[in-house]
Every structure is written in C-alpha cells, then in structure tokens.
Design a protein around this ligand. Structure first.
Ligand code: HEM
Length: 547
C-alpha cells in the first residue's frame, strides 16, 4: 500500500474514531438506496409492457417482493388468476421475475435454446456460483451428463448398496424399541428434516463415493451444510450492487473452506482412481469412476491433467448440492403426510408385502427389495406423487435467464437479463387439471393407472401437468435415482415403524401452524421446505425384522 493510500485509511479510521461511523454508514445507505432506485426504474421500464402483480412503485413493490419470498405459492396462483394472458411480472428484492403460464408458454420454454433462455446462466446468477462455488463449476458441467447417463443406468446395479445404507442409517437414527411403545428419536433435538438429511446424504454418497466415506460424519455434514451455505451466501451477495460482487463475493463465500474440507476427504481417492484408470485396473462402480471417465471423454483441457482432481471433487460437491436437499424435502413431506393420514400406512404396507416380500408360491410377486420391485409399487408411487403435487418443492419450474431478446409465441418480448419461470404450483392446484386439488388423495395416480401399463402417471415421468422435475430437455436427470431412493426409504420406514405426530409437543408450539392436519411448510423464494420444528413419534412394528 503506498503512502497516500495509507494516509487516507488513517484519516478514515480517525474520522470513525471520532464517532462518525454513522455518517459513513448513512452515506453508504443513501448511495445504496439511490442505486437500487435507479436499477428498479431502469428494469421496470424495460418490462413495462408486461403487467405487474401488485404495485409497480418502489416502496409497495417491496411488500410484494416480501410476499413472493415467504408466500410465493399463493401469490403466483393469484397472478395466474389475475392475468389470463399467460404472462406477468413480480418484484423481487433483486429486480423482477417474469412468470408465464398456459400450454403455449410452456412449449416455448421447452423449445427455447440455451442461447436464448439459459438454464445454466440462471443457475450461475441465482446461486452466484462464481463466488459461492468456483467460477468454473458450471462451465462445461459434464457432471450433469454423469447424472443423466452412468448414474441413472447404475441405479439398478447399485440398488442393493443404496438399500443397505438406508437400513443402516435408519437403524442408527431410530434404534429398535422392542416394547411396542411410541418414542421420539433418541436425540430429541434431531428434528425430522435433519434426521432425513442424515439418511439421504449417506444413501446418496454410497452411490457417489462408496464406503467408508459415505459414513464419515464430517463428509456428511459438509455435504448437508454446503447447500445451506451456498444459498445463504448467494442471498447476501445479491443484496449488493452487481459491480461490487467481485469484491464482496469472495469475502462472503465459504467455498474455499468447504472445498478444502472436500479435498481433504476425497482428493486421494480421486487421484488413485485416475491412476487405476490409466493403468487399466478394475475400478469401483461409483460416482468417482463415472466422473473420471466423463472428464476423459468431454472434459475441456483446463479440467484435465493437474486440474482433474480438484475439478472432480468440486463436481461431487455440486451433485450433492442438487441431490440432498431436494430429496430430503420430498421425503420429509411424505413422512408428514404419513403422519397426517395414518390410514395410508397399512395401505402401503399391504402393497409392499404383496409385491416385495410375499413369494409367488404364496400369491405375491416376490420381487424383493429391488429396483424392479420399486417400479411395481403403484400405490406408493401415487402417494409420493400426490405428496409432491400437494406441497410442491418449488413454486416455479424451469427458471431461465434471457441471454438475448426473446419473443414468446404470443408475441410478447422479454429483454436480455430477464428471469422467467413457469407457474408450476398453479398447474398442480388447477381444478381443470386435477379434480378436487385441495384434497389429499393418496391413490389419485394409482387409480388413474388402473388397468393400463402406461408410464404416463408415474412420479418420474414429466408432463405439462407434472412439473416437479421440470419438463423437456433439462428435466431433472437425477429423478430416476431420487424416486427409487425415496421409495427404498419409504419401504424400510413403513415396514418397520408406525409414525405419528407428537401432539403433546406440537400443539400450541410457536412456529407451527396446521393446515388440515398438516404442519404448514416454510417458503423461501419459491422453495417449499417442510417445517422442521415438528416432532414425530415412532413405534417399532412387532414381529418384523429389518427388511
Ligand atoms: C426429489 C428430488 C429432486 C427434485 C424435486 C429435483 C428437481 C429438479 C428440477 C426442478 C430441476 C430443473 C429442471 C428445469 O429447470 O428444467 C432439476 C435439475 C437438475 N437436477 Fe434435480 N431434483 C431432484 C433430485 C436430484 C438428484 C438426486 C440429482 C442427482 C443425483 C439431481 C440432479 C440434477 C441436475 C444435475 C440438474 C440440472 C439439469 C440440467 O440443467 O440439464 N436432482 N432438478
């Protein structure tokens, strides 16, 4: 630092020492408000041809932005009613979100090229991945190809391992109580969502990195926390004007520390796997091997050689980012639906005993705890899909960022830099699509499937009416694994335990609101998260050993 800089700094500190910090703070605040106002006016002008949900003025728009942040499902559903034209905009804390709905608009989103409406640039900007991850994480994301092809193909081959991990992890969280009494998980502070995350992270990593790392406590904690930290850090970064992101991003982000921990656990494994690959040796059939192969096939030069180890470790973190919280939220919603609708438990049990555990000689299908068995669990599939339809993990599907001016088929143009997404929750709650949408009907989809072999109504099949995984070329490539994993967890849970809400601890507890016997979920920017303050009770089922 040269002398004059040093003197300025000294002056600044002296001013602050004199008790004038508030002046500096006020100055920054006024500059920030001015900047935000100009940004608001500029972006509003570019989107003035698109109707606004709520007020278009700066201060009232913050109320709508807050509502979008905390109650996005209801707000967007109101917008769909209010603007039948298929497009409207909602203010956010960071600008505007354009929402589209209706069949034609969905087709447009499906068909749009990456050069027009980009999913990758939307990811990069939303989670500020240049800072919260690494600037190269989503440039040439060959790990998406790994999820789409070798991972999905190997769900069958590795299903025994995943089930084994599910059983061991569940038994650790819910040790057997032979007395048939209802009990809380031993560590009472372990809320249901955390318990589920602990199981999901292990089952997922059994597939990705195998034993023993998938049981390493620090590895599991890192991968559960990583998503939370990325979301928190990106939110904080987005509060600053864009031109400051390169400065505040690295200061706020916890990426370096997380990557250091991940390298500590995994770098040696990856290095050894690269060596085995080069030597033509037989390798474990897991995520690390698939990534090494994919890196060799379609990795760019900067992702190979000396950079390969770091690149592959980062990709494993990113797959966990996509997998753990989505799957955990979906399973926890299902768990709460089991507790809210106890009559479903014997229904699922009856089906799984028949399909999986009763031999053909005894009139069942005898498929065992296998992937083939999961496919035949139609009532379970229907229950899971209904749970997702009802709660929605995300209010908006197919979030995209316009890269250049894009014209929808109805003639409306959005300028570059616009966020656009589809009103998925509104479809899942539309009475013209689903009769009695406000009712939780566990057999809704298995009834639709009755008598037909079609895959149309299955949870894994995206359609314009079923958007949990998106639809079209970017539909979630991890959905086959996710659904099989969730079903394997449901099989183990339902066969071994009864579950109910702990009314004594839940009733009147601050932070829990009930809606039709279900604890109201929490929403953050369109993401719907199960209420983790709820307490559950479990009862080991007598006479049934582990599956
Ligand atoms: C219940 C669990 C899950 C849900 C609800 C879910 C949902 C989604 C959604 C909505 C998208 C965006 C689709 C779009 O915008 O068009 C997506 C993308 C993605 N998901 Fe999932 N996901 C789940 C589990 C997983 C798992 C377990 C993995 C990995 C093993 C995974 C990996 C990915 C990847 C790599 C993408 C990016 C695809 C692309 O851009 O082409 N997801 N997921």
């Amino acid at each position: 630092m040269n002398n004059s800089h040093y003197t300025h700094l000294q002056n600044l500190i002296t001013v602050a020492d004199d008790g004038d910090w508030y002046k500096i703070g006020l100055g920054i605040f006024v500059a920030y408000c001015g900047f935000k106002y100009l940004q608001f006016v500029k972006t509003r002008a570019k989107l003035s041809h698109i109707p606004t949900l709520g007020s278009s003025s700066l201060i009232p728009s913050y109320f709508t932005a807050y509502k979008f942040f905390r109650e996005g499902r209801d707000l967007i559903s109101d917008g769909v009613q209010q603007f039948p034209g298929g497009i409207f905009k909602v203010p956010t804390f960071d600008g505007w979100q354009v929402i589209v709905h209706g069949h034609g608009m969905l087709e447009d989103l499906k068909k749009a090229s990456e050069e027009d409406l980009s999913i990758l640039e939307a990811f990069v900007d939303m989670i500020k991945s240049d800072y919260t991850m690494s600037p190269t994480m989503l440039r040439n994301p060959y790990h998406f190809n790994v999820v789409r092809t070798p991972l999905t193909r190997n769900v069958n081959a590795r299903f025994d391992d995943v089930c084994d991990e599910v059983a061991v992890a569940f038994d650790e969280c819910l040790p057997a109580h032979e007395d048939g009494e209802w009990y809380s998980p031993p560590n009472d502070s372990l809320d249901p969502l955390t318990m589920v995350q602990n199981i999901v992270v292990r089952a997922t990593n059994r597939l990705l990195v195998g034993l023993p790392l998938c049981r390493n406590k620090d590895w599991c904690k890192l991968n559960v926390q990583f998503t939370v930290e990325v979301n928190r850090d990106s939110l904080l970064i987005s509060l600053f004007p864009r031109f400051l992101h390169p400065i505040v991003g690295p200061l706020i982000s916890t990426w370096k520390a997380n990557m250091g921990r991940a390298m500590h656990h995994l770098a040696e494994v990856v290095r050894e796997r690269i060596r085995m690959t080069e030597a033509g040796e037989e390798r474990p059939n897991d995520g690390v091997t698939w990534l090494v192969d994919m890196n060799n096939q379609i990795g760019k030069e900067w992702q190979k050689g000396n950079n390969a180890v770091e690149d592959i470790v980062a990709k494993i973190l990113n797959i966990n980012f996509a997998a753990i919280h989505t799957t955990s939220n979906a399973f926890t919603h299902a768990l709460y639906h089991l507790a809210a609708h106890p009559e479903v438990q014997p229904l699922l049990r009856k089906e799984l005993e028949h399909v999986l555990f009763t031999s053909k000689e005894d009139g069942g299908e005898g498929l065992g705890w296998t992937k083939a068995g999961m496919v035949q669990l139609r009532v379970m599939d229907s229950f899971l899909k209904e749970s997702q339809r009802f709660m929605n993990i995300s209010t908006i599907a197919m979030a995209r960022l316009a890269i250049r001016p894009y014209t929808f088929s109805n003639g409306v143009v959005i300028p570059p830099g616009t966020y656009v997404g589809y009103a998925a929750h509104a479809v899942h709650q539309d009475p013209e699509v689903y009769s009695q949408p406000q009712e939780f009907i566990p057999t809704r989809f298995s009834d639709m499937r009755a008598g037909e072999e079609s895959i149309k109504h299955q949870t894994v099949t995206p359609t314009p009416e079923w958007l949990i995984f998106g639809v079209g070329k970017h539909a979630c490539p991890g959905r086959f694994f996710a659904v099989n994993e969730i079903k394997s967890m449901l099989v183990y849970l339902v066969r071994n335990w009864d579950v109910r809400f702990d009314e004594g601890k839940n009733e009147g507890k601050d932070g829990i609101e009930w809606e039709g016997g279900y604890p109201k979920s929490r929403e953050y920017m369109g993401n719907v998260v199960p209420n983790a303050d709820v307490k559950l009770l479990f009862r080991k089922r007598k006479g049934l050993g582990s599956v």
